[in-house]
Ligand binder design. Structure first.
Ligand SMILES: Nc1ncnc2c1ncn2[C@@H]1O[C@H](COP(=O)(O)OP(=O)(O)O)[C@@H](O)[C@H]1O
Ligand SMILES: [Mg+2]
Length: 313
């Protein structure tokens, strides 16, 4: 069934499975249905992959993902002839090993290129003709026509300015921009609740507050995403099962979850751990206890049950 006919159903199903993001789901679906290509601009952890995988799955569209980096070549994107078979038996179309671009074109799929602005310009230029004409000519293989709803979706981190290339005007002119900013505090709390199964609303609130603070700190170039909030709560819950030391466990979990995920300014005089501690201190006046989650057992016995519950630290 054509994508446009099932549009409402796909929209409903996708919206039910993600928290918030209704406008973004609508924007992506509309663009894919209208044959437009998309640039998703947002920092890591802003649900780009989650949304795209979900939309592709719900709509039954094949999904191909590739990471844009300096080592990406046109051959990795388009495909290449198997050298051994060509040596033995000359060039034959069946010896062509298709890359994700060719597969997505032939199957009417989504080609998702993460960190698009990290790949060399000659690779992004290969995309212009498929995006503009819906066609690509591969020497000795032939001409490939894109089957609808073939769509190129590229993502770019707005904070990333080291080792990136400026996306060409020619490419920008052929693509629609969808911005993926961090979500509201309420939605982030909902995401952490859904992804961690923690029942401790106080801890979830605190984790989300801490993560959000990192996004406005003068020493931090790129703050943490909600991934850090999910990690923090999971780690904290795990540690609490071992010892009931809420303050210490929260700070240790915060360091583990956050310090490698924040990106410091070049001029920052302090370490990530020190900054996390400083942010944490602001909330320190109010102790974490009492708990809303069940009290941990005093003694840990190594029964099967406990083994299962042990956190993957
Ligand atoms: N709106 C949301 N609804 C549900 N889960 C979300 C949402 N935003 C982020 N997440 C969760 O946060 C994590 C990071 O999301 P992801 O889609 O991988 O981000 P990105 O691809 O932008 O780096 C995933 O575990 C995802 O499930
Ligand atoms: Mg991703």
């Amino acid at each position: 069934m054509a994508l446009s006919i099932r549009f409402n159903e796909i929209y409903r199903e996708t919206s039910d499975a993600v928290i918030g993001r209704q406008i973004e789901v609508r924007s992506i679906l509309t663009a894919v249905g209208a044959g437009k290509h998309i640039l998703l601009e947002g920092p890591p952890g802003t649900s780009k992959s989650t949304l795209l995988r979900l939309i592709a799955k719900t709509a039954g569209i094949p999904f191909y993902i590739i990471e844009g980096n300096i080592d990406l070549t046109p051959a990795k994107l388009v495909g290449h002839f198997n050298p051994a078979k060509v040596m033995a038996d000359n060039y034959r179309p069946e010896y062509f090993e298709k890359g994700p671009l060719t597969k997505a074109m032939e199957k009417g799929g989504i080609l998702y290129i993460e960190e698009f602005n990290r790949m060399p310009a000659d690779v992004s230029n290969v995309l212009i003709s498929p995006m503009e004409e819906g066609e690509i000519t591969i020497p000795r293989y032939g001409s490939v026509s894109a089957v609808p709803p073939f769509t190129v979706i590229a993502s770019q981190n707005p904070f990333d300015d080291v080792g990136t290339v400026r996306v060409s005007r020619a490419f920008m002119d052929r693509i629609c921009l969808i911005k993926m900013d961090y979500q509201s505090e309420d939605e982030e709390i909902e995401i952490v609740s859904a992804r961690t199964h923690s029942k401790d609303s106080k801890i979830i609130d605190l984790a989300v507050k801490l993560v959000r603070e990192t996004r406005h700190h003068p020493d931090i170039k790129q703050g943490a995403s909600i991934r850090a909030g999910i990690d923090l709560v999971d780690l904290y819950e795990g540690m609490q099962k071992l010892t009931d030391e809420p303050e210490q466990n929260f700070l240790t979990s915060a360091r583990m979850a956050l310090s490698n995920k924040i990106w410091l300014n070049e001029m920052a005089a302090r370490s990530a751990d020190e900054i996390i501690e400083e942010i944490w201190e602001r909330y320190h006046g109010e102790p974490i206890v009492p708990f809303t989650s069940p009290k941990p057992k005093k003694e840990i016995s190594d029964t099967d049950e406990n083994q299962k519950k042990k956190p993957a630290l």
